[in-house]
Design a binder for this molecule. Structure first.
Ligand SMILES: [Ca+2]
Ligand SMILES: [Ca+2]
Ligand SMILES: [Ca+2]
Length: 246
């Protein structure tokens, strides 16, 4: 009986442990993290992301991988910045690249050109896919980081799609996961059911500044869309303030 009792307890502990692991894994991959955590993940000096000139970044997500490059090789990939912020907004969310050892740069922010509306139900505006290109200046190991962050607060979300990277491992995400990459925050693989087609194959990386992008109501005109976003921001910011005071 004693043995049975121990076995039963072990079984219950095992189930409880499995449940905890499941919960931890879910929250670890779903939630955006602080800009400080992203800097630590990417090996950047503290303050680098705020220092890119778009204001006080608060939280976001990033992916990275190290690859071996040679002088004159061209690094290319496709990216698409999505946002629910006004365009432009003083809450100047942005996407960025860090390429060690060469430097860091903003890819897009709310001042960018947003010719596309409504291709994805979760975001009001998208830049469309753009090609990034950089000629490697020397032989050696490079660490490529790509990220997206909220600025000023954490209320209204933005995201970055990435696909068709020509160097390193799994640059097109066609394995359906992040093999060859490391991730921090809310990084998932999206296919065309996201509403925006990958530029190569069936899969693309989706980095977001929050756990679950909030579906937005598509309104009939740009004017209404702007008013709707403004009212929604006010409502959500009030709600957040109330929560924090509680
Ligand atoms: Ca900051
Ligand atoms: Ca934001
Ligand atoms: Ca792909």
């Amino acid at each position: 009986m004693a043995n049975l009792g121990v076995s039963f307890m072990s079984f219950k502990v095992a189930i409880a442990t499995l449940s905890l692991i499941g919960l931890a894994a879910t929250s670890a991959t779903a939630q955006a993290v602080s800009d400080t955590d992203i800097e630590s993940f990417l090996g950047l000096t503290s303050g680098t992301i705020d220092g890119l000139g778009n204001g006080d970044a608060t939280e976001g997500s990033a992916i990275k991988q190290t690859f071996s490059g040679t002088t004159g090789q061209t690094l290319t990939f496709d990216w698409n910045f999505l946002t629910n912020e006004s365009t432009p907004s003083s809450f100047n969310d942005f996407a960025f690249i860090s390429l060690f050892p060469d430097g860091n740069s903003t890819l897009a922010d709310t001042n960018s050109r947003f010719p596309l509306l409504g291709n994805n139900v979760s975001f009001n505006s998208e830049t469309g896919f753009n090609a990034f290109s950089f000629i490697l200046p020397a032989d050696g190991d490079y660490t490529l980081g790509l990220g997206v962050v909220d600025v000023g607060d954490t209320v209204v979300d933005s995201a970055l799609l990435v696909d068709n990277l020509n160097l390193g491992t799994n640059g097109s995400f066609e394995t359906g996961e992040f093999s060859g990459w490391e991730t921090v925050g809310n990084a998932t693989i999206a296919d065309s059911s996201f509403g925006i087609d990958p530029t190569d194959g069936n899969s693309q990386a989706l980095l977001a500044t929050a756990a679950v992008p909030e579906p937005t109501t598509i309104l009939g005109s740009a004017l209404l869309l702007g008013a709707g976003a403004f009212l929604k921001r006010r409502a959500r910011r009030s709600q957040k303030a109330a929560t924090q005071e509680a």
